[in-house]
Design a protein around this ligand. Sequence first.
Ligand SMILES: Cc1cc2nc3c(=O)[nH]c(=O)nc-3n(C[C@H](O)[C@H](O)[C@H](O)COP(=O)(O)OP(=O)(O)OC[C@H]3O[C@@H](n4cnc5c(N)ncnc54)[C@H](O)[C@@H]3O)c2cc1C
Length: 428
Amino acid sequence: MAPQEHVVVIGGNFAGLACAQQIHDACGDAVAITVIDRKDYLLFIPNIPGDVFANRDPAAGQTMKLRPALRRDAIRFIQGEVTAIDPEVQTVTFLTSERPGAEADSIIYDYLVVALGCELSFDRIEGFAEHGHSVTDLYHGERLRRHLHEGGYKGGKIAIGSAVFHQGDGANGLEPYPGGLFPMARAACEGPPLEVTMSLATWLEEHGFGGPHLLTVFTPAPIIAEDAGAHNVEKFLTLAASMGVNYRNNMGDIRRLTAEGIEFENGGFIEAELKIVFPDWRAHAFLRDLPISDSEGFIVTDLTMRNPDYRNIFAAGDCAAVTVPKLGAIGHQEAAIVARQIADDLGCGPPGQGSDQLEPVMVWIGDMGGGKAFYIRSNVWYGGKDEVLELGRVPYELKMRYRDIFLARHGRVPDAALQLAQFAAETV
Ligand SMILES: Cc1cc2nc3c(=O)[nH]c(=O)nc-3n(C[C@H](O)[C@H](O)[C@H](O)COP(=O)(O)OP(=O)(O)OC[C@H]3O[C@@H](n4cnc5c(N)ncnc54)[C@H](O)[C@@H]3O)c2cc1C
């Protein structure tokens, strides 16, 4: 038997798990795979907001154990904090995170897949700890749930929006569609603010707080969620305005949160009792200044998700420079490309399967409360031609069923189910 190539995947959430599973499927016995993550569960982030407004602790239903999922494919798992990558000697250094005080250890790779996501920089927003809320993780989700459902919220105005995102230069010059490009995003991911706005509109009415006129959704950009396509956003904003939601654009960066509201760098102010904020998505500190990283620490790849200088290093998911906006659906597309690239290198499967390149498609299903959701599919921001927006009960059912299938099948959602979901959302 030929010696196995060692593939090390760092990060085991959506992008990391998908890469590990798809490399396993594509390469079989030609590879030995190790996944390293600081936690031993997958966090199903997209469904945290729904739990918050439905008064469920998200910790009860939005996690999946990683170890059994990986064991099914004989993938080794190390629970550790990755602290360094050395692309020259092909090592990853980590500290096992089961108990404090662990020794630094290293592992050698033949192929490295970086899928570490990003830091969410709440610590850079002055006043967030005292006055801010969010839904980005179990802690912040549960904190907001308790605030809303246990009497913390008194019925005042609510502001929802994002801080400025500092995108690096790593995707400059790439052409994902003929004549297209990766534009510079002013916010990292503006689906969540839209989703939270619509869900809160329903929640306020259901809980006798008056309704959507209390809400202001804001953006640092000229247009919120511009990556979703200008026509989609226009339709969305028309709907929100008809409900009474206030909209403020071009707000620039957040300066600080106070008890009274949100102050912006440009001197603007939004009055709000409740401030739900999405921070800057920043690259992990140890990735900065590596020869594989861009000006902000995101991993540079070409459209095959390979680093141009270190051809055995790949990236997928939020940590990749080409993943804008920071969206799990794009990471999913990238994972399939990574697996086919490595399989092609190793002569596994039909030759030439690694010839496909990233053509990012922004897919988003946002909970609106009351059993409804909005569905967006678009690639026009990158130079493509598709732009779809649907609203109703079918997208909501798809969002819930996707999560159920994902968890029940240990992260393996069949392509046929995804195609059926697209068909259902766009035609039913
Ligand atoms: C509220 C909200 C709702 C969202 N809804 C959607 C949606 O509906 N659809 C969608 O497509 N996207 C959605 N997103 C975006 C989506 O959550 C992210 O794009 C996705 O989680 C990125 O996956 P990832 O695996 O690249 O990174 P992450 O999910 O951030 O995972 C990174 C992994 O790396 C690990 N890690 C990080 N640093 C280290 C280290 N030093 N050592 C070891 N391990 C480390 C982490 O523990 C984690 O497991 C939403 C985001 C938010 C905040």
